[in-house]
Write a protein that binds this ligand. Structure first.
Ligand code: SF4
Length: 239
């Protein structure tokens, strides 16, 4: 599918951003997720497409954000090797990427392989254990934000999905501010799953947490294409 796969983020944390192709998410069971429709099992096709996307990187901001529609550890090996060459050639000094909690013990390997600081975002969605695992089916079996913070400097939270409460969101934002250096708050956008957005909750969040817009380390994505990647260039929807 033709998606916008390269962008330059000029707001908070200026960086170049690439949306690469990856193998199917190993977890693949989150009830609200249909990103897996961008996954692929054809290594050759992915490596070629990723090569073309990576050619856009100039290195002029010194920081690169690498995402795919799974975890970073589900990128083809050849793509990861090419990524490292580009990091070295273009003098990239810091990288952001993201992965599922199940990969928490793999982070150090990537840091050593790339030889630069890497900020890993963990897709937490909510620190409410019952909501995260029983409703959203996230399959992330930690029981406290501190456990996540032992491995990850950054988390992605979700706000405004049906079933969530103000109390859960309050506790989630509190945990983000207290334990993590970076955060990304994704306002839920309805997709092909049965989950609806809770518009009242989103409106409440917009007013209650307006001050977060001034926090340089917390990004709020009101739409899932706010960072300039993921928009459909032709044809139907992203998923
Ligand atoms: S871990 Fe991420 S990509 Fe995998 S199913 Fe869950 S939300 Fe989707």
């Amino acid at each position: 599918m033709e998606l916008q796969r390269y962008s330059k983020v000029t707001g908070k944390n200026p960086r170049e951003m690439v949306l690469l192709r990856a193998y199917p998410c190993k977890w693949g069971k989150c009830a609200f997720c249909d990103y897996t429709m961008d996954n692929c099992e054809n290594t050759e096709e992915m490596v070629l497409e990723n090569h073309k996307i990576l050619q856009n990187i100039t290195g002029d901001l010194g920081v690169l954000d690498v995402i795919d529609s799974a975890s970073c550890f589900e990128l083809p090996e050849q793509t990861v090797a090419e990524l490292r060459s580009i990091v070295q050639e273009k003098n990239i000094s810091k990288m952001f990427t993201e992965c599922h909690y199940m990969y928490r013990k793999w982070l150090q390997k990537w840091r050593e392989f790339f030889g630069i600081p890497i900020v890993f975002r963990c897709g937490v969605e909510s620190f409410d254990n019952a909501f995260r695992n029983n409703v959203l089916k996230k399959g992330a079996d930690f029981t406290s934000p501190q456990q996540v913070a032992e491995y990850f400097e950054a988390v992605c939270l979700m706000v405004g999905i049906q079933g969530q409460t103000k109390e859960m969101i309050r506790r989630d934002i509190e945990a983000l501010e207290q334990y993590f250096s970076y955060g990304c708050v994704n306002i839920y956008t309805p997709n092909t799953t049965p989950f609806q957005a809770d518009e009242k909750l989103i409106e409440w969040f917009r007013e209650e947490y307006a001050y977060l817009e001034n926090n340089p380390q917390i990004e709020i994505l009101w739409h899932n294409e706010d960072l300039g990647v993921g928009a459909v260039l032709e044809g139907g929807g992203r998923q």
